[in-house]
Design a protein around this ligand. Structure first.
Ligand code: FUB
Length: 449
């Protein structure tokens, strides 16, 4: 191979090794709604099905992921579906889950059986479900009632914003299942002072506001993030001294994503471990696009006056905020990056990694080997042919620490293999080898000293 080709190959390989966005590769995910609770980031997403029907959003359920380090995301699977609302016929679009008084409230837009838009609320005792329809009927229902977002202020008052093409809010009651009837449903005027002007105004809407509101507070200032445009959408923000406005237009925070974007975008903003993060979506996974989107995350910073500089969407994503301890069981579905894999759930094992074929791999980032490990243990199930796992450092073709052979099994079984001793913090790649069929499934792995 010529020197120039070798150089290009090296650049391509390091770009693959570095990629962190989109943060989920096993499914198409969209409409991120992050929630920080008890030191963990829970990321709720909508889910674009692999097969798009009638060239339109094909969305049936909402998925949940969690992370303590912002780079390795544990897949909790689909935690709520439109079928959990007996009165719904589909369109599981952008929702948000919030915690209050020991319960988790998941606000979601769906289509009613009679065809109209509606916002439902499901409740659970756990952030990862199961969630159940709390009311047995919509909380709110009318045309354009989509994209609910809930913000609980420091005084305990909760606000639910939503809507496209209008922007509405209600003040939720303490029960989170009803709203202040005296205040009622308030429609924002969406004037140009608050939401700027449209630069593609074929649809004659009053301002650049499109959809996907997200309310956030910093230093007594309220920020409303939203998708603006129209289509293709960019992300913008407005500010106010009150959670109910009047809003003052801020600026664009993310331009239209031209390189492998989607025609929509959708913001979700959190503070975690001293930094602020913007979750959004693009169309960057293989086969991706407007109806096959993928959630990404990048850091959001503030200027000294509280304004927000434009955030360029990156492939590299964000840095790990802490290292991962591999001497405790690591769920196989805790993944920083993967190729060719899916996840699945069964009642006995919970979530596991599935669809493993020769050449597929998964990466776990910032793994702290400490003073070194002697063995790699893994729980696998191989009713088909089995295969092997290469444990490699820092790249899919990086230093080989060991190879764990997975024989045929009748159910889940723990396999173990010796590995070379390395110290310090590394990215770990589990690279799967074997024949041409599906090899095995993985439940968890861990290192032994
Ligand atoms: O995911 C379906 C719709 O696309 C959402 O409700 C909007 O926010 C846009 O992302």
């Amino acid at each position: 191979m010529k020197k120039r080709n070798l150089l290009l190959l090296a650049v391509a390989m390091s770009a693959t090794a570095m990629a962190q966005n989109p943060i989920v590769q096993t499914y198409y995910t969209a409409d991120p709604a992050p929630m920080v609770h008890d030191g963990t980031v829970y990321l709720y997403t909508s889910h674009d099905e692999d097969v798009t029907i009638k060239n339109f959003f094909t969305m049936n359920d909402w998925r949940c992921y969690s992370s303590k380090d912002m780079v390795n995301w544990t897949d909790h699977g689909a935690v709520l579906s439109y079928t959990d609302f007996e009165w719904s016929r589909g369109d599981a679009w952008a929702g948000q889950c919030v915690y209050r008084n020991g319960k988790y409230y998941f606000y979601v837009p769906v289509n009613q059986k009679n065809g109209g838009n509606a916002i439902g609320v499901a409740v659970s005792d756990s952030p990862t479900g199961p969630f159940k329809d709390a009311l047995g009927k919509p909380l709110l229902a009318s045309f354009g009632y989509i994209d609910p977002t809930v913000f609980i202020d420091d005084d305990g008052q909760a606000y639910l914003y939503w809507g496209n093409p209008n922007l509405w809010y209600v003040k939720l009651n303490e029960d989170m299942l009803s709203y202040d009837q005296e205040v009622g449903i308030v429609k924002d005027p969406l004037n140009k002072e608050g939401f700027h002007v449209r630069y593609r105004d074929a649809d004659k809407r009053p301002s650049a506001y499109e959809e996907a509101p997200w309310l956030y507070k910093r230093n007594d200032q309220y920020y409303l993030f939203y998708a603006a445009g129209g289509v293709p959408e960019h992300l913008a923000y407005s500010t106010s001294s009150k959670p109910t406005g009047p809003w003052v237009y801020g600026d664009t925070i993310m331009h239209i994503i031209r390189d492998r974007g989607a025609f929509t975008n959708h913001p979700g903003v959190i503070d975690y471990e001293g930094k602020t993060y913007l979750f959004y979506h693009n169309g960057a996974l293989p086969g991706g696009g407007g109806f096959k989107r993928s959630v990404c995350v990048d850091e959001l910073t503030f200027n000294p006056d509280g304004s927000i500089p434009v955030i360029p969407p990156t492939k590299e994503g964000v840095q790990a905020v802490r290292n991962l301890n591999p001497f405790k069981r690591v769920e196989a579905e805790t993944i920083a990056w993967s190729k060719g894999l899916k996840t699945a759930k069964d009642p006995q094992t919970g979530m596991y990694v599935s669809q493993i074929h020769n050449g597929d791999y998964l990466k776990v980032q910032a793994v702290d080997f400490n003073k070194g490990a002697k063995r790699f243990n893994v729980s696998a199930s191989a009713s088909t042919q089995g295969g092997s796992i290469e444990i490699r450092l820092d790249a899919p073709d990086g230093q080989l620490l060991g190879t764990c052979t997975i024989g045929q099994t009748d159910g889940w079984k723990t396999f173990s293999s010796k590995i070379q001793k390395v110290k310090g913090v590394h990215d770990v790649y589990l690279v799967f080898k074997g024949g041409s069929d599906e090899l095995f499934q993985l439940d968890w792995w861990m290192l032994k000293k």
